[in-house]
Design a protein around this ligand. Structure first.
Ligand code: ISJ
Length: 173
């Protein structure tokens, strides 16, 4: 790696470790979409839940630290919601096509939704933390961390695509 002049915040190690933090949080949140999808399938609920989506966005904007760019938090959290629905729709499509693989029992969503809320707040905080992701090398760090997380967790194509979708705005400023 080429050494870059500059502050500690801009050092390659710090940037890469913050990419690891945010990608890990995003992947942790995304895999919870499976449980949400199972519950919605069994209870015949809609994948889109505009009321809950609104609440998730507002809560994230509220937990963002003072002075943080609220719009940026909303954009990143919106990406998490859309990526979650990408996974849910793909699972629904698979279960429709092959009904014997469809879930039959309704998992309890309460704990999962609490965990989704907690992870959303952590993602929001990591998104706006000064000196973390962003700038030169951000996309490269994101790509290398993402490929490692995909392998480590054995993510399938659907979750991999949704993970990239969820990272869409991580490097924008
Ligand atoms: C995850 C859910 O499904 C969708 C995704 C949401 C999210 O990622 O926060 C919120 C509402 C739903 O449109 C859910 O209903 O909890």
């Amino acid at each position: 790696a080429t050494a870059t002049a500059g502050s500690a915040a801009a050092s390659p190690d710090v940037a890469a470790s913050s990419a690891t933090t945010i990608v890990t949080l995003i992947a942790d949140r995304l895999v919870l979409a499976d449980t949400v999808a199972r519950s919605k399938w069994v209870t015949r609920s809609a994948i889109d839940d505009p009321v809950r989506e609104h609440a998730v966005l507002d809560a994230a904007a509220r937990t963002a630290p003072p002075g943080a760019p609220a719009l940026r938090v909303r954009v990143v959290v919106r990406d998490q919601i859309e990526a979650s629905k990408t996974v849910q729709r793909a699972l629904f499509a698979g279960w429709s096509a092959t009904p014997r693989t469809a879930p039959r029992t309704d998992p309890d969503l309460r704990n999962v939704r609490t965990r989704i809320s907690d992870l959303t707040a952590e993602i929001a905080a990591a998104t706006v933390r000064p000196g973390t992701v962003g700038g030169i090398g951000c996309l490269a760090d994101l790509a290398s961390v993402t490929s490692r997380v995909v392998v480590d967790r054995g993510l399938d194509a659907v979750h991999t695509i949704a993970l990239v979708q969820a990272e869409r705005s991580v490097c924008s400023r």
